[in-house]
Design a protein around this ligand. Structure first.
Ligand code: GDP
Length: 426
C-alpha cells in the first residue's frame, strides 16, 4: 500500500511531523522530488532535527529510506546529514539511493547565486541551493546520473563537454571564474566513492516491496502552490511538488498511490517572493510569526522570516484538488488560541468580481482577499487528545475549513511533538 504525504499550501505545513508520525507504520519512506532546498523539522526522543535531504523516516530502526530518482541529490550534504543524526545518538539509518538520481553539482549552486545576483531586485527569491540550474541541466540532458559514475571513460568525455559549455556562460555572461574539467571529474569520482554503499535500483526494490505488501510512504517537499506547473509560476520550484509526481520520482505505477494526505496549515505562511493573497503585515503578522510553528516562523534552510497570512480556503481547496487529496491533516492549530477573531479567506475579488477557484498568476496578482470572520476560542489546546474535547469555536473553525476545502480533515496537529495529534472522525 502506497501513501503520500504532501503539502496543500506553499510548503512548511508540517509535513515532516506527519511523515515522522506515519513512519511508525511504514516499511519504506521515499523522497521523490526536490533537494536540500527545504527543510523538515522533526522533534523526537533523540532531539530536534532539521532534515533537508533525508526522508523523515530515518529515525526509526525498521524503515528503509529511499532517495528516489526524482531528487536533486547533493552527495556531500547527504553524507553530512547521515553523520549529524548518528552523532546525536539516532540509530544508523538504512538508506538507498536510486541509481537514476542525478547529482547536484557545486556549479549548480554557483549558477543559482550568480543568476540571483544578475537579477538583483527582480530575483526569484531562490534558496540558492542550485535547484533551478540542476533541473535545467537534467532536462537539457547535461546532468550527471549516478549510474554514469560507473563508466569512467564515458564520464570523462561528458565532463569535458559539459564544462566547455558551462565555461562559456561563466566567462561571458556572469564574468566569473571558469571550471576545470579535471577537477570536476575527480570530484565525481569522490562522489562515487561516497555514495556507492547506498546505490541500488530503487524502482525495482519498490516494485518488489509493493508486490510483497509493504507499507510505503512518499514524502513530498514544499507544497502544491510551488509546483512548477500548477503553482504560482514563475515563483515556483523547479520540480513537481504534487503527489502524482511521486509515481515518476520514485518509479512506481501511478495507480499504486492509494492514499494522499495533504498537509494544510491552520494559517498561511510562505517564503520567498510570489503572490500571496491573504498575506498580513505589521504587528499582526509579527505576532503570528513569533507564535507560529515551533519557536517562530523562520525558514528551516535559510532562517529567513516567513511571510504570514490568514488561512486561505481558495488556495488550500485548489492545493488539495491538485494533490488529489483523499484526506487532510490540519497543522499548527494550537498557535491560533490567542486570537479574538479568525479571518478565513473564502474568495478572491478580481476587477470587482469574486471568484472561488484559484486562478493563474496574472489574475492572482490583482486578487484581493474576501474574508469570513469566525470567533476565536481563546484557549490553549495543546495536550487535548480527543476531538470532542476541543473548544466549540475551535471545532467550528476546523469544520468551516473542512467544508470549504471539500476534503475530510482526519488529523489535527496541536503541537510540534510526534504524539500531539488528534484523530478526527470522518
Ligand atoms: P515541513 O517542511 O512541511 O515539514 O514544515 P516545517 O517543518 O518547515 O515547518 C513546520 C514547523 O512547525 C516546524 O517547526 C514544526 O516543528 C512545527 N509544527 C508542526 N506541527 C505543529 C503543530 O501542530 N503545532 C506547532 N506549534 N508547531 C508545529
Amino acid at each position: 500500500m502506497v501513501k503520500a504525504v504532501v503539502g496543500a499550501n506553499w510548503g512548511d505545513e508540517g509535513k515532516g511531523k506527519i511523515t515522522d508520525m506515519l513512519g511508525q507504520e511504514s516499511d519504506i519512506i521515499v523522497r521523490y522530488q526536490g533537494g536540500s532546498n527545504a527543510g523538515h523539522t522533526i522533534i523526537n526522543n533523540y532531539g530536534k532535527f532539521a532534515l533537508h535531504l533525508l526522508p523523515s523516516g530515518v529515525f526509526y530502526k525498521h524503515t528503509t529510506n529511499i532517495i528516489g530518482n526524482g531528487v536533486a541529490l547533493n552527495i556531500p550534504y547527504l553524507i553530512n546529514e547521515i553523520k549529524s543524526i548518528v552523532e546525536k545518538g539516532a540509530p544508523t539509518p538504512k538508506i538507498l539511493v536510486s541509481d537514476r538520481a542525478q547529482i547536484m553539482m557545486p556549479y549548480h549552486i554557483l549558477f543559482d547565486q550568480y543568476e540571483e545576483e544578475r537579477l538583483g531586485g527582480k530575483s526569484f527569491g531562490s534558496t540558492k541551493s542550485g535547484i533551478a540550474p540542476f533541473y535545467s541541466d537534467k532536462y537539457s540532458k547535461i546532468g550527471f546520473q549516478i549510474s554514469e559514475l560507473y563508466d569512467e571513460e564515458v564520464l570523462k568525455e561528458k565532463v569535458c563537454r559539459v564544462v566547455e559549455m558551462k565555461n562559456i556562460i561563466l566567462e561571458h555572461m556572469y564574468h566569473k571564474p571558469t571550471l576545470n574539467p579535471e577537477e570536476i571529474y575527480q570530484l565525481l569520482l569522490e562522489y562515487k566513492r561516497q555514495v556507492d554503499p547506498y546505490v541500488c535500483d530503487t524502482a525495482l526494490y519498490l516494485h518488489n516491496a509493493i508486490k510483497s505488501g509493504k507499507n510505503i510512504l512518499l514524502e513530498g517537499q514544499l507544497g502544491a502552490l510551488k509546483d512548477t506547473d500548477f503553482g504560482i509560476y514563475p515563483m515556483v520550484t523547479s520540480s513537481s511538488t504534487l503527489a502524482g509526481y511521486g509515481a515518476i520520482g520514485a518509479g512506481i505505477p501511478a495507480y499504486e498511490i492509494k492514499d494522499i494526505i495533504a498537509v494544510a496549515k491552520a494559517y498561511s505562511s510562505a517564503v520567498g517572493a510570489g503572490e500571496f493573497v491573504s498575506e498580513i503585515f505589521g504587528e499582526e503578522a509579527d505576532e503570528l510569526r513569533r507564535r507560529g510553528g515551533d519557536g517562530g516562523e523562520f525558514g528551516a534552510t535559510t532562517g529567513r522570516p516567513r511571510r504570514m497570512g490568514w488561512f486561505d480556503a481558495v488556495a488550500t481547496r485548489y492545493g488539495c484538488r491538485m494533490q488529489g487529496a483523499t484526506e487532510v491533516a490540519l497543522t499548527v492549530l494550537d498557535v491560533l488560541g490567542y486570537l479574538d477573531e479568525l479571518p478565513i479567506c473564502v474568495g478572491y475579488k478580481i476587477d470587482g468580481e469574486v471568484i472561488k477557484d484559484f486562478p493563474t498568476t496574472v489574475k492572482l496578482a490583482k486578487a484581493k482577499p474576501v474574508y469570513e470572520v469566525l470567533p476565536g476560542w481563546k484557549q490553549e489546546i495543546r495536550g487535548i487528545k480527543e476531538y470532542e474535547d476541543l473548544p466549540e469555536n475551535c471545532r467550528k473553525y476546523i469544520e468551516f475549513i473542512e467544508k470549504e476545502i471539500q476534503v475530510p480533515i482526519t488529523m489535527i496537529s496541536n503541537g510540534p511533538g510526534r504524539d500531539e495529534i488528534i484523530k478526527k472522525p470522518r
